[in-house]
Ligand binder design. Structure first.
Ligand code: GTP
Ligand code: MG
Length: 448
């Protein structure tokens, strides 16, 4: 998400020099680059100009604090403005645990192929998972009034099975009658949440809006979300406006943020519609839905990483005990091969390297090619084997590893001695990284 922008932004800020205060002269070059980056990301010109004006207004005359470099001071200002542009602090999408008030009907709207059906299933998973983590359960029903594409309802049925939630197929094929039938079924069976998938068309047209209006009037959904494909760029604004005039909606769900979407849609949507982006879709699977936090998105754009989201991902995937031991090695600012092995284990549970890299600061993700990543995945497998051939003593102190020990370990793991050396190199690098991480923590405290 926002990789494109963070790649562009990463070179912008180091160039500001001089001390004393930020002035029109020393930020001009950086402002120009920020402007170009946003335009390249398909952010509408009007929005970019307003943004640049705000940053300039905020920055000029700012005294540079003694403890930071001018570039860092400028980043802080851009960061604050980005957060404000992407939704500010006080919206529903910001609350750390967005949850649906129940009972409720939720309806998704959007053009053909935007990702409505997938989002409907992802929301069902989200709600059930959220309830589970609190030791509760929620009865969720998925249903569709898409009678235009023959396989549309089958697609939803398959997804419902994956999610493990309720599914109902209406017997009537008039969308409004079907919606009423679905609603009656959901009431009768006391579902707490009904998620209704609707049909999309290639373009906004009168008949489509008319149909949505009638379904809306019949069901009076508590929540309506507009599903927007992040790849469509500025066009999505017309779609948003048309749906808003027809039935209104609370917020948007931007899908396909994992693709090479440049993030412009998020800016444009927020600026024009003044409504929150509530969720973003980051992949095709039902788990690939994240709540949208302007603050975190801004950090990612600026190449500061999104450590908070990473931590959440970690928390949902690994045990408390594992987290604590990882935390300890980070806090010490140094780690042993034993810690390293444990972290490899944890990484394995979290997903692929390329997914994880996106959360890390410094635009790490954009600097790695798919080949690098694939090699990285293979290395991880080897590394695990190598470390498991070591004795505990060796794991706690890697300096013990002389030539003959390395040979023994390589034989045990079924690899070459060079592989053992590669592991040791990587390990030493990651020790550096742990130190860096500590520094980064200090820096992010300064920003907040
Ligand atoms: N990579 C990626 N693909 C997605 C995401 N969301 C949806 N897709 C894919 O986009 C395609 C269209 O998704 P659907 O959910 O069928 O879209 P829809 O809006 O229901 O489409 P219609 O019912 O035809 O109007 C599918 O191939 C999905 O797997 C996402 O967040 N990331
Ligand atoms: Mg669909």
């Amino acid at each position: 998400m926002f990789d494109f922008l963070s790649e562009k932004f990463s070179s912008v800020f180091s160039r500001i020099t001089g001390s004393g205060s930020l002035n029109e002269k020393n930020i001009q070059d950086s402002l120009g680059k920020v402007r170009d980056a946003l335009l390249d990301a398909d952010v509408p010109l009007k929005v970019v100009e307003q943004f640049i004006d705000e940053v300039a207004h905020e920055a000029v005359g700012k005294k540079i604090l003694k403890s930071v470099r001018p570039g860092e001071q400028f980043i802080k200002i851009v960061h604050e403005r980005l957060v404000a542009f992407l939704g500010g602090q006080a919206t529903v999408s910001n609350s750390p645990a967005f949850s649906f008030q129940i009972p409720a009907v939720v309806m998704v709207l959007g053009l053909q192929g935007a990702g409505k059906t997938t989002v409907t299933a992802k929301l069902a998973h989200f709600v059930q998972h959220q309830a589970q983590s609190r030791g509760k359960s929620r009865s969720v029903l998925l249903a569709s009034v898409d009678f235009y594409r023959p396989a549309a309802i089958d697609q939803l049925e398959i997804l419902a099975r994956q999610v493990g939630c309720g599914f109902y197929r209406a017997s009537q094929s008039d969308p409004v009658a079907a919606a009423k039938e679905i609603y009656a079924y959901s009431k009768e069976h006391q579902f707490e949440l009904l998620l209704l998938d609707t049909a999309g068309r290639l373009h906004i047209d009168g008949a489509m809006l008319e149909e949505i209006k009638r379904i809306d009037a019949a069901l009076k959904p508590k929540y309506k979300f507009l599903v927007l494909d992040a790849m469509t760029g500025q066009e999505s604004l017309n779609v948003a406006q048309a749906f808003d005039q027809a039935v209104g909606f609370q917020g948007a769900i931007l899908t396909k943020m994992d693709s090479d979407s440049r993030g412009g849609a998020a800016f444009a949507f927020r600026y024009v519609m003044k409504k929150p982006i509530v969720f973003v879709g980051v992949g095709e699977k039902i788990v690939d839905l994240e709540q949208f936090y302007p603050e975190r998105a801004a950090s990612r754009i600026l190449g500061m990483g999104d450590v908070v989201s990473l931590v959440e991902k970690v928390e949902s995937a690994i045990s408390l005990q594992e987290q604590e031991s990882a935390q300890q090695s980070f806090a010490k600012g140094r780690m042993t091969l034993q810690d390293f092995a444990q972290q490899l284990e944890i990484m394995g549970k979290l997903g692929s390297l390329s997914q994880l890299m996106n959360y890390l600061p410094g635009g790490v993700a954009t600097k790695m090619s798919p080949n690098d990543l694939e090699r990285g995945e293979k290395e991880l497998v080897k590394f695990k084997a190598i470390i498991s051939s070591m004795t505990l003593k060796e794991r706690l102190d890697h300096r013990l590893l002389n030539g003959s020990r390395k040979q023994r370990i390589a034989r045990g793991a079924g690899v070459d001695v060079t592989d053992v050396n590669v592991l040791l190199d990587r390990f030493e690098q990651s020790q550096q990284y742990v130190k860096l991480f500590k520094k980064f923590n200090r820096f992010s405290k300064f920003l907040s």
